[in-house]
Ligand binder design. Structure first.
Ligand code: EPU
Length: 417
């Protein structure tokens, strides 16, 4: 079991360089399977979710090499075999292999994907899209057997703008016959990154980043070079660290527009934040309370809701957080309260944070990836020592978190017992 031990209340100053986006990279790697040539993707973050996808690529027989942040994938000779349940359940993104293999071979056998336990997270919209494209889907327990004589472009309306279902529909339809239209598509920057990658390979995708995406099927995709965009959630997490305990903390290598919903909110709260072309500088200051409601992009991201809650404990007055994406994303609240926060759960998707409260170090848990980030931020601010258990969740999504924080003055150690 891995733990983080953090001695709090040491100001953070200096610079943190942001890595490639987890939620983009985890879609680009399965998407690479659609190519008949060699694909090179740069700025891949070194996190355990990428290791899990690598394991799937190797299991299928792809030739893979990793050199620092670059991954080279040649999947011209892979074998389309069922990916074992224990690998699929390691992460959510394993189901991008479902759509990539279906798109390429018109047949796939896979298990229900894993991922953080933050809600039910059904995959009905992806299955609906596969069926609309002409596939037959058999579901036995949590195993899916999906086959198609051919996939034919059609109109797919998503009942909610799901990131996963949008990417899966694109991956399943790039090699289909005719035109597929995804209506009510998710607009996240990671989707634009995936569509650009596929277009570089020869796909014909228009409208990524808007709510209507049009995919005109092509016969073959070639090799290409591509770069992962900076991780907006990692960037947002460190911006929040700066708002909590920063002294001219610089967050660099970012696309500030991707976290505008956060930076605008911070300005509204009175934050001392300066935004430049590709970096942000931020220092701790007295902040007003806020009302936050999570929404799909460009709304306030659910993935920053838990880290932001730590900051709200330090604002004088009552803040409200409404989570509209997941049903179970307040597991961090108990541990924040153990550290001294005053938070009322109004119902399972709404909380009230009463600030400002001093935080004191104690033993807490990272129940999921972003709950873990919330605890790291609380520990950096708290008086005394905090032990965060189950930090495997955090290491799934934050590259070199210990190194990056130490480098700006945090007292943080990773213990592996
Ligand atoms: N939903 C359905 N049916 C579906 C698909 C989604 O009901 O078929 C619901 C989900 O249960 C959820 C909502 O729609 O309530 C949104 O889900 P979405 O499909 O958009 O999320 P995802 O693709 O499973 C990705 C990220 C998440 C991030 C969300 C929202 C990856 C691998 N994961 O998940 O990232 O929270 O989009 O932005 O890209 C994280 O990084 O910590 C994380 C959880």
């Amino acid at each position: 079991m891995k733990k983080l031990i953090i001695e709090g209340n040491h100001p953070l100053s200096g610079s943190i360089k942001i890595s490639g986006a987890k939620n983009s990279a985890v879609a680009l790697i399965p998407a690479a399977l659609l190519s008949s040539g060699e694909v090179k993707i740069d700025n891949i973050p070194n996190i355990s979710d990428i290791d899990a996808l690598n394991e799937i690529l190797l299991y299928l027989g792809a030739k893979v090499s990793r050199n620092n942040e670059m991954i080279t994938i040649d999947s011209s000779k892979i074998e389309n075999k069922a990916i074992p349940k224990e690998i699929c359940s390691k992460l959510r993104a394993s189901y991008y292999f479902m759509s990539a293999l279906l798109g390429k071979y018109k047949k796939v056998e896979m298990w229900f994907p894993g991922g953080c336990s933050i809600g039910a997270r059904p995959i009905d919209q992806t299955i609906k899209a596969f069926r609309a494209l002409g596939a037959k889907v058999i579901e036995e327990d949590s195993k899916f057997i999906i086959t198609a004589d051919k996939l034919v472009g059609t109109e797919v309306y998503l009942d909610m703008p799901s990131v996963g279902a949008t990417v899966n529909t694109i991956l399943a339809s790039v090699l289909a016959e005719g035109v597929t239209t995804v209506a009510n598509a998710a607009k996240e920057p990671e989707i634009v990154n995936v569509a650009t990658f596929l277009n570089n390979m020869g796909a014909k995708i228009k409208g990524a980043g808007t709510s209507t995406i049009k995919i005109t099927g092509v016969e073959k995709l070639n090799g290409c070079f591509h770069e992962v965009i900076p991780d907006r959630i990692e960037a947002g997490t460190y911006v929040l660290a700066g708002a909590l305990i920063g002294k001219n903390l610089k967050i660099e290598g970012i696309i500030p527009e991707h976290i505008e919903s956060l930076t605008t909110k911070l300005k509204e709260m009175g934050s001392n934040i300066k935004i430049y072309d590709d970096y942000i500088e931020i220092s701790e200051s007295d902040l007003k309370p806020a009302k936050i409601k999570t929404l799909g992009y460009p709304g306030f991201p659910t993935d920053l809701q838990q880290p932001l809650t730590t900051l709200l404990t330090q604002c004088e007055g009552k803040s409200i957080v409404e989570e509209t994406i997941y049903e179970n994303r307040f597991q961090n609240v108990k541990y924040l309260c153990d550290m001294g926060a005053k938070i009322n759960i109004i119902h399972n998707q709404k909380i009230e944070v009463e600030g400002k409260t001093d935080l004191k170090g104690c033993t807490v848990k990272a129940t999921d990836l972003r709950a873990g980030a919330c605890m790291v931020l609380a520990a950096l601010k708290a008086e005394g020592k905090t032990t965060i258990e189950d930090v495997e969740h955090v290491l799934r999504g934050y590259e070199n978190i210990v190194f990056k924080l130490k480098n700006v003055g945090a007292k943080i150690e990773l213990i592996d017992e």
